[in-house]
Design a protein around this ligand. Structure first.
Ligand code: HEM
Length: 307
């Protein structure tokens, strides 16, 4: 069990805003499985919002380093022909689920959409389990590594319960139980499947254009080297990313640590950042409905029953 070190915990409690840990402490008093939606919503949209969002993006990139997954994404071409909408929509589907939970009408509409989208393809159950595990493990490890605080046991078990439930609703067999179950599956699967493919490199190139456009003009050249510096060298190579220039990796870590110190001193956010139906700069300037999300073919296809 790779729980945060004593030093990391010590780092957590010194030099921080007096109310900074109030939400963490309230969440820690809840039941990780029964209250998993409330805990994950609070962690992902309020208390560790930036880290979770960044971590979920890193999780998406990792799937490009699995040739079988990358080749299907390349075959549909959505990621390369429509990188902004694909990246934006993927985030919106997941945050609608996180914000509303799976029993809410919008949550159910998301699950129906995910099932309709995926049933079109022949996808191995172990690939589904891996992608679920990326949502659980990658943001959690990013938080524990460079977040303004580390995750708690209750939070790790809550995020595992959340994606296990999604796995159930997508009829994925043998979904892992508990955080450690997901982490073991993730590590074993990556040891076996992470490899370079032209399809994967093409998905990463397309996604790098989305990352670049999120940066100020004068920093856009940093998109690819910074992404490479944030990933393990083996993974960056499997995604066709050149090694980062010397010094960039430690510099980025320093910048992330400085951000964490600043965050600890900041007054805690009271409300979540995610606004359902929100407007986007590049995509949906007038807001969106869940029915607007996904590839165009999804809107043309009749809404048959789930997978
Ligand atoms: C349970 C795990 C998974 C979740 C939660 C998930 C989530 C998503 C989401 C949110 C979208 C919508 C993207 C959009 O709106 O354009 C999507 C689309 C898609 N996913 Fe998944 N996915 C999972 C597993 C997989 C796996 C294992 C594969 C491939 C082997 C895959 C292949 C696709 C494809 C082909 C699309 C359609 C859009 C495109 O062509 O790029 N998904 N998925």
């Amino acid at each position: 069990m790779n729980s945060p070190s004593a030093l990391a915990r010590l780092r957590d409690i010194t030099h921080s805003h007096p109310r900074r840990y109030a939400l963490r402490d309230r969440l820690s008093s809840l039941n990780a499985v029964r209250d998993h939606e409330e805990i994950y919503r609070a962690q992902a949209t309020i208390d560790l919002a930036w880290e979770t969002r960044f971590g979920l993006n890193l999780a998406l990139y990792r799937t490009f380093a699995v040739p079988r997954i990358a080749e299907l994404l390349a075959a549909t071409g959505e990621m390369t022909t429509n990188p902004h909408k694909r990246a934006f929509d993927t985030g919106l589907w997941m945050y609608e689920l996180i914000e509303h939970g799976m029993d809410h009408e919008r949550g159910r509409e998301v699950v129906r959409g995910l099932n309709r989208m995926h049933r079109r393809f022949t996808i191995a159950d172990e690939d589904y389990r891996y992608v679920l595990a990326t949502f659980v493990v990658v943001p959690t490890r990013f938080i524990d590594d460079v977040g303004w605080r580390t995750s708690t046991l209750v939070e790790r078990e809550a995020v595992a319960a959340f994606y296990a439930r999604l796995g159930q609703l997508m009829a994925i067999p043998k979904v892992p139980v508990g955080y450690q179950g997901f982490a073991d599956l993730f590590d074993a699967y990556e040891a076996e499947h992470i490899a370079y493919s032209e399809a994967g490199a093409a998905q990463m190139r397309a996604t790098s254009t989305v990352i670049a456009q999120a940066l100020p003009d004068r920093l856009r050249w940093l998109a690819e080297p910074a992404t490479s510096a944030l990933l393990e060298p083996r993974l960056a190579a499997a995604l066709g990313l050149r090694p980062p220039p010397p010094g960039l990796r430690p510099l980025l870590r320093l910048a992330l640590r400085a951000r964490a110190v600043r965050e600890r001193r900041r007054a805690p956010a009271e409300v979540g950042w995610f606004e359902p139906g929100r407007r986007g700069r590049e995509v949906y300037p007038h807001g969106y409905e869940i029915a607007d999300l996904g590839p165009n073919w999804l809107r043309q296809e009749p809404d048959a029953s789930s997978r």
